[in-house]
Design a protein around this ligand. Structure first.
Ligand SMILES: *Cc1c(COP(=O)(O)O)cnc(C)c1O
Length: 408
């Protein structure tokens, strides 16, 4: 027996035992069903955050539960010394429904991007020259927290303070094709972007920008990488966002909603690019884990249905209608951003820097929302949230807005 004192499992324990890199809400969720969550005291919340665009089918969706239960009694893990059925099935689905021919599984968005960036560098070095290593990325982008991905991401607040960074990465303004033209050259191996910037404030790429990037990448033999970790898997109304633009990437990364709450990510690419990889060049112990892939398979089949995808834009409209009612009364928003249920409400300049206040007060009124930066509120609910849940959550959110407005 340990002689350490047993602490009660309360929010204050977080401040003692968890590395202080987060500032979670004051309540502890213990149960979820659909778009509702309950805390330790039995208080009920409406969830417009969806675990940061992860719980695309809400909490404890029956299809995911069934897949998890069934697989949990068969096989949990074998490592990549062996392959497994769920991984092969999920890879086949991803290939059948996208531009891709090959899939690499990992466990998080950052790892999928790490694999994408290593692949792009390796491809350029193998096929062209050891000096073809420049990566073009965009201001306000977010690609994860490993040291390579955080260095490629366009937010210094996340990448500074850790010593020397991987070299030959350049950041320029998003949606600015002239800026790309000014820096892209024969030494460029990749251009990476989120078709809708998630963490950076929900800015969508313009169609001209994506088309222009495709043409420039082709001209300079650079790979175009779409990070769809947040905007993919149905979130914006199509399976992947690039499918709305008609511009295909060379590499695409997916995570978050891919497992509907079970950690899994994937990097997709074409045969011609995959060819430069060989056993041992890259890998991960858990990648393609059967439990994760079985849940991913169920999530994929459920999300990639007309029933789910066709409802997303109507739900967005309802959200915007409800937000606009709040706005008529309180004049807090200047515009709505993003696509589908990756929805942003930009705050009126009077409230710039205060997004987190709205978030905190929202929890007092039993609704969970997110911010994207300090001046945009973000809503990434379940893709199958009901209209009633949207309306009820918005009534609660209206009270939160009233309180923030009254106290500022
Ligand atoms: C969340 C996110 C990541 C990082 O994913 P993790 O699972 O947290 O590593 C990368 N790119 C984008 C666009 C994201 O939204």
């Amino acid at each position: 027996m340990s002689c350490k004192e047993q602490n009660p499992v309360t929010r204050s324990l977080f401040d003692k035992v968890i590395l202080p890199v987060y500032a979670p809400a004051q309540f502890i969720p213990v149960k979820g069903k659909g778009s509702r969550v309950w805390d330790q005291n039995g208080e009920e919340y409406i969830d417009f955050a969806g675990g940061i665009a992860v719980n695309a089918l809400g909490h404890c969706h029956p299809n995911l539960l069934k897949a998890l239960h069934e697989q949990s009694e068969k096989l949990w893990h074998v490592s990549n010394v062996f392959t497994n059925e769920p991984a092969l099935q999920l890879a086949q689905k991803l290939i059948d429904n996208t531009f891709a021919d090959r899939v690499f599984f990992a466990n998080s968005g950052a790892e999928a991007n790490e694999a994408a960036l290593k692949l792009a560098r390796h491809y350029a070095i193998e096929k062209f020259s050891p000096y073809k290593t420049k990566i073009i990325s965009f201001n306000h982008s977010f690609h994860g927290r490993t040291f390579f991905t955080v260095s490629v991401g366009g937010q210094a607040k996340y990448s500074d303070g850790f010593g020397p960074k991987p070299a030959d990465i350049i950041h320029i303004p998003f949606n600015d094709l002239d800026a790309v033209k000014a820096v892209i050259d024969d030494h460029t191996c990749a251009v990476i972007l989120e078709p809708v910037q998630g963490e950076g404030g929900l800015t969508s790429a313009t169609p001209e920008f994506l088309k222009g990037l495709r043409a420039l990448c082709d001209e300079f033999d650079a790979l175009l990488i779409f990070d769809e970790v947040q905007c993919g898997m149905g979130r914006t109304g199509t399976l992947f966002t690039y499918q709305q633009y008609g511009v295909e990437p060379d590499i695409l990364t997916s995570a978050k909603a891919l497992g509907g709450g079970f950690p899994i990510s994937a990097m997709l690419t074409t045969e011609a690019i995959a060819e430069v990889m060989h056993p041992g060049v890259h890998g991960t112990t858990y990648g393609g884990n059967p439990l994760a892939c079985a849940v991913g398979l169920a999530a994929f089949d459920t999300i990639n249905s007309a029933e789910v995808l066709a409802g997303i834009n109507a739900k967005r409209e309802l959200f915007i209608n409800e937000l606009e009612k709040i706005n008529q009364q309180f004049n807090v928003f200047t515009q709505y951003k993003g696509k589908g249920l990756l929805l942003g409400a930009e705050l009126n300049p009077k409230y710039h820097g205060k997004a987190r206040d709205f978030l905190n007060v929202a929890t007092e009124f039993k609704v969970m929302i997110l911010n994207a930066g300090t001046s945009v509120l973000r809503f990434t609910p379940s893709l199958v949230i009901t209209d009633e849940e949207i309306k009820e959550g918005m009534q609660r959110f209206a009270q939160a807005v009233a309180k923030v407005v009254a106290s500022s």
